[in-house]
Design a protein around this ligand. Structure first.
Ligand code: SF4
Length: 438
């Protein structure tokens, strides 16, 4: 081991968007010749990429900073919690520097100040796809930063700013590099995927010598040509989302839409500052399924939002019953420091929130169980995530990594991670499927 090469430790917390920020910083560090250390003791300094979305994430981030300070002593803080610099400095005055999210340039500057970069970096040691924290066979592809909405329960725009779309050619080049490196599945992420390009007026960029518009439909159509799974996350229900459904029906991209509806009642949606009319949404879902019957819909909902009445909550249950969504994440509203919704009247008592959450999840579990039961006997292509002596665990197009279900393959222990294989589904439960290799 070469002891003269400066070593940086890295702690990455938070959502997939923060993971991508971490990957960019790690890539830059390696590109400049720094080594990445896996222990506090071995590192010359430690970068902690934090999350500040909810109170428990703030606590986790502050604990991680504390641990890095205790174990190493030289700590740079970045990420969402970094945007609240005073919180970090109050808790941990000894940190070397604090930057906000999406601040790779600033982080590199501070690293240079405290740990000069090596004299002769071997930039060619960095693979073109960069350094990634996800397994080799799937990767998150971040297409923009920030958000132009101002949902009253959310502080992301104040942490990350307004929408800034990445140039379409850069996004495509990154996707191509990932595919060249063996990635089998690209997960398109942002705060608001369907708004891609709004900030640059859908400017025309270039990819492969041809013009390509900075717009969701055009981007995902081009990604669909790369020959790997393309999965869309955080798609806000704008009208032009309809345009990607035919691409799904044609098998160009996965028939999977992660589309956060948050509620079904008009008054609550207005209080949340979310657009959308639940009748329209139901009609659109129906239309989407007519065009692409295998479409899988994932959504998230907030229950017990300030002022939510029993009737309004029941409207949400009726919506779920009618919409028959495949995957649902639900949360009881919790006030986030700085969110506008905190000042709304009539906060719902925590015990009522929990009771509503349980009712919603109970209903959705029934829906999910029935939907998965209907898959028994069908043949599906799955992507293998893990393999051990008992078999393999994989995912179908209906399952995003880490948030959705899994497909357990009996007798799949000879398979390799990243293999795509066909299985016939033999059993199901509330979230997962079991299958045999075809
Ligand atoms: S769409 Fe709403 S919830 Fe999502 S990041 Fe923007 S403001 Fe927050």
């Amino acid at each position: 081991m070469n002891n003269s090469i400066p070593k940086v430790g890295f702690v990455s917390l938070g959502c997939p968007k923060a993971t991508v920020d971490s990957e960019h910083i790690l890539t830059r560090l390696r590109a400049e010749g720094y080594l990445i250390s896996s222990s506090y003791q071995d590192a010359d300094l430690v970068v902690v990429n934090t999350c500040g979305f909810i109170d428990s994430a703030v606590e986790e981030s502050l604990d991680a900073i504390g641990e890095a300070l205790a174990e190493n002593g030289r700590v740079i803080v970045t990420g969402c919690l970094g945007a609240k610099g005073d919180v970090v400095r109050q808790a941990h005055p000894r940190v070397l520097a604090v930057t906000g999210p999406h601040a790779a340039d600033e982080v590199m500057e501070v690293v240079h100040q405290h740990l000069p970069k090596p004299h002769d970096p071997y930039t060619d040691l960095v693979p073109p796809q960069g350094i990634r924290l996800t397994p080799k066979h799937y990767a998150y592809l971040k297409i923009s930063e920030g958000c132009n909405h101002r949902c009253t329960f959310c502080i992301i725009p104040s942490l990350r700013g307004d929408l800034v779309s990445r140039p379409v050619g850069d996004v495509m080049q990154e996707a191509q590099n990932l595919v060249n490196a063996g990635v089998q599945e690209l997960l398109v992420i942002s705060q608001d995927t369907s708004a891609y390009g709004v900030d640059v007026k859908y400017r025309t960029g270039f990819w492969g010598g041809k013009p390509l518009r900075t717009r969701m439909t055009e981007l995902v159509a081009a990604l669909g040509e790369l020959g790997v799974w393309v999965r869309l996350h955080y798609v806000y229900p704008y009208p032009h989302v309809d345009e990607v459904i035919p691409l799904m029906a044609q098998g160009k991209i996965l028939p999977y839409l992660d589309i956060p509806f948050q509620h079904a009642n008009q008054r609550i949606l207005k209080l949340m500052k979310r657009p959308g009319n639940s009748d329209n949404v139901l009609a659109r879902i129906k239309q989407w399924r007519e065009i692409c019957p295998e479409l899988v819909l994932r959504s998230t909902f907030i229950v017990g939002f300030p002022g939510e009445t029993e009737e309004e909550f029941e409207e949400l249950l009726d919506f779920l019953e009618e919409a028959q969504l495949d995957r649902v994440g639900a949360f009881a509203y919790s006030p986030v420091d700085g969110a506008v919704a905190n000042d709304l009247p009539d906060h719902v008592p925590p015990e009522v929130q929990q009771e509503r959450l349980a009712r919603l999840m109970w209903l959705q579990e029934e829906i999910s169980e029935e939907k998965l039961r209907l898959k028994i006997g069908k043949t599906m292509t799955v992507l293998v995530d893990t393999v051990d002596e008992n078999g393999a665990i994989a995912r179908s197009y209906a399952d995003a990594p880490e948030i959705d279900g899994q497909v357990y393959i009996n007798g799949g222990s000879h398979l390799k991670v990243g293999d795509k294989v066909k299985v016939v589904i033999t059993d199901s439960d509330t979230h997962d499927l079991w299958g045999e290799l075809v």
